[in-house]
Design a binder for this molecule. Structure first.
Ligand code: ZN
Length: 410
């Protein structure tokens, strides 16, 4: 039987578990050690450590303490791993706990987190998604059901001292260009809510003051939120410290490319089954700076899409030069406007784009002045025909059965 090397109790605080941490620092002690070739299971809190509840009130999303995230399980040390090696990680399987077969998706308030479309959806809202085996649907978003492309949003190795210093230097420089911005340009170190795993006392306090937040993806991987890094994937991570120090968390039952809703994909607590191996000196051998990975042999099969185009002209009609961020935003907004014709609210359509196996593509970045991005919406996830036709769209939802996304209540 595969050993579960990190266990959690969803009824206790993540802060009480010494095998959990929520910052990146080279001195965080290993939670446990494994050998190359070993496979093992790790249990994970949801990324907020249980702050979001399975109910119809989004006040918890509005009031979430984002300085606490992400709660990661680890670090797992691998015997013989040294800086410059590649840690090869096979994701053998991922699942929800038997007594916790649900997840959440939400939009943060613009005042507390924001998100990709925060100017269009500035209030906190959420939807709850129930799992039925490999499928999911939501009482807040009728008319859709899909197979989950389950994956860890966040996985990576501990940084070296030098790499951590580089992260802090460059992110502080960016932050300081507009320090009052809401939401902020970057999340800088913040000691008060740091959980440094097995490290305690003054040592932990000092390390927490410089430890990196877990929000952005970086050279080590981290919070990449790549939906295709699913069970069956093989990932090659750069190693920066003795033992590697692999940590994982932020499990997603499903997500659309871009994780545009930010809170987030379909977020869940659960377990992940991994196997580790080493390629000695692999970073230099293969000139690897950021992780590389192989996709899963098994993915949900959605072959038919409605594809929405977007260009780098913003909502006010201003022209931007080859700006892929703006082009993808326009493609997403175009898809949301389209889906509203079928009876969805804008918020429900936004939630679909954040949760379903939607593909995002950078289609063109050379045709000055417009970048072109495309949003691929799978048509088979809908209970009705979402394609355009001569008769025009039929509202499949009448007002009586339409359930709004949960708003925040005072
Ligand atoms: Zn997530």
């Amino acid at each position: 039987m595969t050993e579960t090397i990190i266990k959690i109790d969803l009824n206790t605080s993540a802060y009480e578990n010494e095998n959990i941490h929520n910052r990146w620092h080279p001195d965080i002690p290993m939670a446990c050690m494994v050998k190359p070739g070993d496979d093992f299971k790790i249990e994970c809190f949801d990324w907020t450590g249980g702050q979001i509840k399975n109910d119809d009130d989004a006040s918890d999303v509005r009031d979430v303490d984002l300085s606490q995230v992400h709660f990661l399980s680890g670090p797992v040390g691998v015997e013989g791993a040294e800086p410059g090696d590649l840690l090869v990680v096979d994701i053998l399987d991922i699942g929800a706990f038997d007594d916790c077969e649900w997840g959440f998706n939400g939009f943060f308030s613009k005042q507390n987190g924001g998100g990709f479309l925060t100017d269009h959806f500035p209030e906190a809202q959420k939807s709850i998604w129930d799992f039925n085996g490999m499928f999911t649907k939501s009482r807040h978003v009728p008319g859709v059901e899909f197979a989950g492309l389950i994956h860890p949003g966040l996985i990576g190795c501990l940084p070296s001292k030098e790499l951590l210093a580089e992260w802090n230097q460059r992110e502080t420089t960016l932050f300081n260009t507009e320090p009052e911005r809401v939401p902020p340009l970057a999340t800088l170190p913040y000691g008060d809510t740091a959980h440094m795993g097995k490290m305690v006392g003054d040592e932990a306090k000092a390390a927490a003051a410089e430890a990196a937040r877990t929000v952005p993806p970086r050279e080590h991987g981290g919070n990449c939120d790549i939906k295709d890094l699913s069970r069956g994937s093989k990932i090659f991570f750069p190693v920066y410290v003795e033992g590697g120090g692999l940590s994982v968390g932020d499990l997603h039952f499903s997500q659309g490319d871009g994780e545009i809703t930010f809170c987030g994909a379909i977020e869940m607590a659960g377990w992940i089954h991994l196997r580790v191996n080493l390629i000695k000196g692999g970073m230099e051998k293969y000139a690897i700076k950021n992780p590389i990975f192989k996709p899963s042999p098994i993915t949900p099969k959605y072959d038919d899409y409605l594809i929405f185009e977007g260009i780098s002209v913003d909502e006010q009609g201003s022209q931007h030069y080859l700006d892929v961020h703006i082009a993808y935003r326009q493609a997403c907004l175009n898809a949301i406007e389209y889906l509203k014709n079928f009876g969805y609210s804008g918020a429900q359509a936004y939630a679909i784009l954040g949760t379903a196996p939607v593909q995002g593509h950078i289609s063109g970045v050379v045709d000055i002045p417009n970048a072109c991005a495309t949003l691929w919406l799978p048509t088979d996830i809908f209970d009705f025909d979402v394609n355009p036709g001569a008769d025009g769209p039929t509202e499949f939802l009448d007002g009586s059965i339409q359930v709004p996304l949960a708003p925040d209540k005072e």
